[in-house]
Write a protein that binds this ligand. Sequence first.
Ligand code: AHM
Ligand code: MG
Length: 333
Amino acid sequence: MTTTTRGYEPSDNLVSLQSHILAEETKYPSATGEFSWIISAISLAGKAIANKVRHARLQDVLGEAGAENVQGEKQQRLDIISNSILMRCLGSRASVAVIASEEDEQPTIIRRGHEGGKYCVLFDPLDGSSNLDVGVGVGTIFSILRNDPSIHEAEQTVCQRGATQVAAGYILYGSSTLFVVTTGHGVDMFVLDHSVGSFLLVARGLKMPRAGKTYSVNEAYSAQFPDGYRKFLAYAHDNGYSSRYIGSMVADVHRTLLNGGVFLYPPTKKNPEGKLRLLYEANPMAMIVEQAGGIAYSGDVRTLEIQPAKLHQRVPVLLGSADEVERVRSFLK
Ligand code: AHM
Ligand code: MG
């Protein structure tokens, strides 16, 4: 196999996500195969959500649902549909202990540890959904944690440091449907082939560029950013950087992963803690980025080291190519 300039090995053989995860599991003699059932549930949900997203305008399911989620954000009809698809796909899998979603106030206990519940699955079912009406790429972000059977309270169970994630990933519903996942041994990327109905491996061991002169931030809020971020932006303006911001985290992080650069969502006056959620947005993206050789920080702490206090906790996000993240950090000191 050859390594391309994008820093990943293209896969010559036809390998589905399902068979890839099963093959990975055989490397661990103690693995029972239960974990692969969880990935298969997320992949099934991804196919169903991709289908809904593609047909949303034709089936007239775009627009707001008329309700707000627990975080006071307007729910789109597709947020609710995607949430329910994930719940239905994951709810039947034997090893799922707890499910937690951006759309639900509290995590749902599916089964206790003594009933076989081994894993907690956290997700943002349809991130960037306010972009749906205009046909922009949106995504599902997920994080998988081990269930500690000695903890009985669901929110406490899922409040684990990102460094303990067993797996993390996202599905991007864009010009193609992509499944990007890590189980802690590099990052692999799959594309949904509608003709065979499977996510097929297109890149194994994806590595992001070490540097990249692109920054991705909602610059309209820059007057509200802490000084260091504004100094970095001034530096970027003077040093030939480009700006790319879709306003859909999965799409913006995916571009940063492939092309390099830095993605930021700093604290603002409106969101002094940052806007993005630690457990099901920042942590899974941080794991993916670090596994691809990048860096992820929230303020002056490595995102994956933060001990969460609550399910819907927000954090500032700074992630991307190692050199670029370090450059931003040098302005923040
Ligand atoms: P959501 O989870 O309610 O969809 O919000 C998260 C989205 C991210 O996808 C994106 O990075 C960010 O909000 C954009 O926020 P803003 O419009 O403030 O730039
Ligand atoms: Mg979101």
